[in-house]
Design a protein around this ligand. Structure first.
Ligand SMILES: Cc1cc2nc3c(=O)[nH]c(=O)nc-3n(C[C@H](O)[C@H](O)[C@H](O)COP(=O)(O)OP(=O)(O)OC[C@H]3O[C@@H](n4cnc5c(N)ncnc54)[C@H](O)[C@@H]3O)c2cc1C
Length: 398
């Protein structure tokens, strides 16, 4: 790939690599700038849904060995069978994030993408119709477009001064990984005021998650907080010291705009969603797909207004997803009487109402997302059509 890049992508996570490969496949010269010298080995997300799998398949991303397919997802903690959603890729695909990043990295490199590691972007500006970035090593690079795929704490979004719409997170969740031990399996169990989950992530690792409504928003919790809460909730001690503890907020915010001139936000940089049911990762992959053909059009015509189609479609859809996540967070974590009664009604409908169950399953699998229909897939085929907030998604009284 001789010559300067047409596009700079900041961040070699799932969304940045998928987008970079799509653009390179369309003939663009793409350079990815990534802070980390080596890829992250921690498994953050581990689930791909049907829509994301359709997209990966449609771009020729092949997993070797093939990913194991499960059937069960959940809606606010209530089990939902995803094996019959309207998609050739129906199911829940188990894919630890490092495996996804490795596969996408190899695929993108084959398409001619250059990934430059150890390059942390510290400044951006637009000058005479070009984007310029400077990295911590002192390098300056320019391109016609720059995509910020630099994750939840996006430097580029901050540098562009783009804030979030929506309320900041109110609930606190603590997640941790435990190695080589037995922890009784729990699936979003309510234990007094707590909600607890414990499930195997792999043969060696059990992942636990706990929510205590008394934890103040915005404060990091420690391994000691986790151990104490787990004991209070379950009456059991954690058998080993957790290897990786992290605190999340129930974030459902979306960036106020996704496009600023020739700069575009993609993936977690545009929406730091709470990781419920893999929605954050799966949404990030759909962003990349939705941006790819618009960015190529923009490069072909030289007119950055093609990017506004991406902004229009994705902003509206991200609001729909944020709303769904808010409802799910309430069903998952709130233990007041009204929410508990509502959750029981939703559970009953999932048991007895086939149409309702199918609609919820389609939402979780992402197959009702706007965008070009992948072969054999559902999509809504509408391209720029975005449905309003779904009336079939149950609201929970505040
Ligand atoms: C700590 C953590 C745990 C998570 N756990 C789960 C989970 O359990 N389940 C789940 O479903 N989802 C989880 N998620 C969410 C999921 O990992 C994301 O949705 C997904 O990674 C989004 O992909 P992305 O490519 O948009 O961003 P990321 O994967 O975050 O990739 C961004 C990349 O940009 C790089 N970068 C950042 N700043 C710069 C800069 N200034 N210059 C150059 N490079 C930069 C980063 O090093 C990173 O490689 C978790 C997220 C985090 C942060």
């Amino acid at each position: 790939m001789p010559g300067p890049p047409d596009v700079l992508v900041v961040g070699a996570g799932p969304s940045g690599l998928l987008l970079a490969g799509i653009l390179a496949g369309g003939g663009a010269r793409v350079t990815v700038l990534e802070s980390r010298k080596t890829p992250d080995t921690q498994t953050r997300a581990s689930t791909l849904h049907a829509r994301a799998m359709e997209i990966l398949d449609s771009h020729g991303v092949v997993f070797a060995p093939r990913l194991p397919r499960g059937t069960q997802g959940h809606y606010g903690g209530l089990p939902v069978d995803l094996s019959r959603v309207r998609s050739a890729q129906a199911g829940v695909w188990r894919c630890p994030q490092p495996e996804l990043v490795r596969t996408l990295g190899d695929w993108a490199s084959h398409r001619g993408v250059r990934v430059q590691r150890g390059e942390h972007v510290v400044s951006v500006r637009e000058q005479e119709g070009r984007c310029q970035v400077t990295t911590r090593t002192g390098r300056t690079l320019g391109a016609a477009l720059l995509v910020a795929a630099d994750g939840q704490e996006s430097t580029v979004r901050s540098l562009l001064g783009i804030g979030y719409a929506g309320a900041p997170p109110a609930r606190v969740l603590v997640q941790a990984d435990l190695h080589h031990c037995e922890v009784p399996k729990r699936r979003f169990e309510r234990r007094g005021r707590f909600t607890v989950t414990a499930a195997p992530l792999s043969a060696e690792v059990t992942r636990v998650l706990i929510h205590d409504p008394r934890w103040p928003a915005g404060q990091e919790r420690s391994a000691e907080d986790l151990r104490a809460a787990w004991r209070d909730a379950t009456g059991e001690g954690l058998p080993v010291e957790p290897s990786w503890v992290r605190t999340f907020g129930d974030d459902t915010r979306v960036a106020r705009r996704l496009v600023e001139g020739r700069f575009v936000l993609c993936g977690d940089a545009a929406h730091p969603f709470v990781p419920i049911g893999g929605q954050a990762l799966n949404t990030s992959l759909v962003d990349a797909d939705a941006l790819g053909h618009r960015a190529l059009r923009c490069l072909r015509t030289g007119d950055p207004r093609a990017l506004l189609d991406y902004q229009r479609e994705r902003s509206a859809w991200l609001e729909v997803l944020a709303q769904r996540l808010r409802v799910q967070a309430r069903l998952l974590f709130d233990t007041d009487e009204a929410t508990t009664a509502h959750k029981a009604r939703v559970a009953e409908r999932l048991d007895t109402d086939e149409v309702f169950r199918a609609e919820i399953a389609d939402c979780l699998a992402g197959v009702d997302a706007p965008g070009p229909t992948a072969p054999g897939g559902a999509g809504n085929g509408g391209g720029d059509v975005v449905r309003p907030l779904d009336d079939h998604i149950p609201e929970v009284a505040p």
